[in-house]
Design a protein around this ligand. Structure first.
Ligand code: AMP
Ligand code: MG
Length: 497
């Protein structure tokens, strides 16, 4: 069969020689397509009708122009520096320009051993790769930058973990796979010239406006910091817990990447942590902003020689940018919080009291262990005077009554003279407070059924429910429901390697 004609333009392979190892995917026995993202393929201008997608997305028959490479990177994992990570089970096969003019990486994950595999087998299993589909598509539908799955292929081969699992390969689409850890690798092993080359590449690809700026490397640090502040604020507002925010899992582009031990909050608890290996709660829900800042400091360290020849001066400049992260984050956080509260008057004079109002609401959810997603969603009903669904979530009412009174006063203060204010507020709130998130129990059940029984029904139904999270389709009501009693208390996530 002729190979698909994909207009690859492989800038990483071309411009960054010495930053990767060329490597072919392993051939797999019996590739079978489990998932194909037609909508995404269209935005990438891939014309694949009539081609053997299983053969292509297993890596058995790469399209012409593909140039598979394993990227080098290092990283801090749970705070410990590992100078030698890299694509141990992934290959960038090429880049394309999408219909929005954006350059996108197309990469395989689970495609066999590479020069960076260390003791790993280079493989991946069906469950974790389908999780990448569910969470990436959910994040996308929620409006949160994230890598997305183009395809998942079952390999027909076993992978050996605590138990034997069916193998799979994910095709992942990303704005790029540049990570904080990519910079760390070349700062640790390479030359200043290589770090500069990498930074110039990253600037040209992700922050082109900086190309002619004064001290563009400092500007680059600031831009990455701003992207991460926006991203983490967004995560926090949908209750997303990444679970493994190692520096090799933080993308320079500002996309969410690597959906391993991630989870979504149910009952609101800032200390929530679900990952079985995160014993100290380093990556707990409420720690995410400060961990992002910590990771950015690691990026800053790699850029110091580029920022100023005088190291003391470079540290001063970089530190100022890192310190600004907190304000950037707070700015994004309160922006979202106001939108979620249905407030459109964002004046500075109200800032302090709005922060208090949002904080008191979260305290109330925490104290009464209320479902985070539904509480926000039902607050939109309350904006129109219908409090029944909201009240049903709270065991005790006194705290709620007091808070609602304050919130209504705040709303009234910006509503003067608008007879439709309540309805408009509710509509706005429903566009920012999702009804459906990927409920952990649904994700687990769908992946288990797919992996253990080869039945994709629950996975497909769940995926479908995640496509329009802000709309209330009564047929999807079961997907909006919190986990059955007791599920979350026992719930643990795993790295899925
Ligand atoms: P992750 O936890 O998926 O972010 O991966 C951390 C590092 O371990 C990366 O360098 C991966 O390439 C590597 N890795 C994870 N699983 C495997 C595997 N099964 N075989 C080889 N390398 C792996
Ligand atoms: Mg990773």
């Amino acid at each position: 069969m002729p190979s698909a004609n994909i207009p690859f333009d492989n800038s990483y392979a071309r411009d960054l020689q010495g930053f990767y190892e060329s490597c072919q995917p392993a051939k797999v026995q019996a590739p079978q397509l489990l998932f194909f993202n037609r909508g995404l393929a269209e935005t990438l201008r891939l014309e694949l009708d009539g081609f053997d997608l299983a053969a292509m997305f297993s890596g058995n028959e790469l399209p012409a122009g593909a140039q598979p490479i394993a990227q080098a990177y290092a990283g801090h994992q749970f705070g410990q520096f590992n100078p030698q990570l890299g694509d141990g089970r992934a290959l960038l096969i090429g880049e394309v320009i999408d219909i929005y003019g954006q350059r996108r990486d197309i990469a395989l994950k689970g495609s066999g051993r590479t020069p960076f595999s260390r003791r790993g087998d280079g493989k991946a299993a069906v469950g974790p790769m389908l999780r990448e589909v569910l969470i990436g598509e959910a994040m996308h539908a929620l409006g949160i930058p994230a890598t997305r799955a183009l395809a998942v292929v079952a390999t027909g081969e076993p992978v050996y973990r605590e138990r034997v699992l069916p193998g799979a390969i994910l095709t992942r689409v990303a704005a790029s796979h540049l990570r904080v850890g990519t910079f760390q690798y070349f700062a640790a092993h390479g030359t200043v010239g290589q770090v500069r080359q990498l930074a110039d590449y990253a600037i040209a690809r992700h922050y082109p406006a900086l190309q002619d700026a004064d001290n563009r490397y400092l500007g680059f640090l600031r831009a990455v910091s701003e992207k991460q502040a926006a991203l983490i604020a967004h995560w926090m507002h949908v209750g997303f817990i990444h679970g493994v925010m190692n520096t090799d899992n933080m993308a320079i582009s500002g996309e969410t990447i690597d959906f391993g031990p991630c989870a979504f909050l149910e009952a609101y608890d800032p200390r929530a942590v679900f990952s079985s290996i995160d014993e100290l709660g380093r990556y707990a829900y409420s720690e995410q902003p400060s961990i992002a800042q910590w990771n950015l400091s690691r990026l800053a360290e790699t850029l110091l020689p580029l920022i100023d020849e005088d190291e003391t001066r470079a540290i001063e400049l970089a530190t100022a940018v890192i310190d600004e992260f907190s304000d950037r984050y707070r700015h994004h956080w309160i922006g979202h919080a106001r939108a979620k509260l249905g407030l459109h008057d964002t004046s500075r004079t109200r800032l302090h009291s709005d922060v208090l109002l949002a904080g008191n609401w979260l305290d109330l959810l925490h104290a009464q262990q209320v479902d985070y997603t539904l509480a926000w969603r039902y607050l939109a009903d309350a904006a129109e005077g219908n409090e029944a669904r909201l009240r049903s979530l709270f065991a005790g009412q006194p705290g709620l009554d007091g808070w609602l009174k304050h919130w209504r006063e705040r709303c009234a203060a910006e509503d003067s003279g608008n007879a439709n204010a309540a309805r408009e507020r509710a509509e706005r709130m429903r566009k920012t407070n999702p009804w459906i998130i990927p409920r952990n129990h649904r994700v687990e059940a769908a992946l288990a059924t797919a992996s253990d029984k080869g039945d994709l029904g629950p996975f497909e139904a769940l995926l479908n429910s995640l496509r329009k999270p802000f709309e209330e389709d009564p047929a999807l009501a079961p997907y909006a429901e919190p986990a059955p009693a007791g599920f979350m208390a026992e719930f643990k996530t795993f790295c899925g390697t």
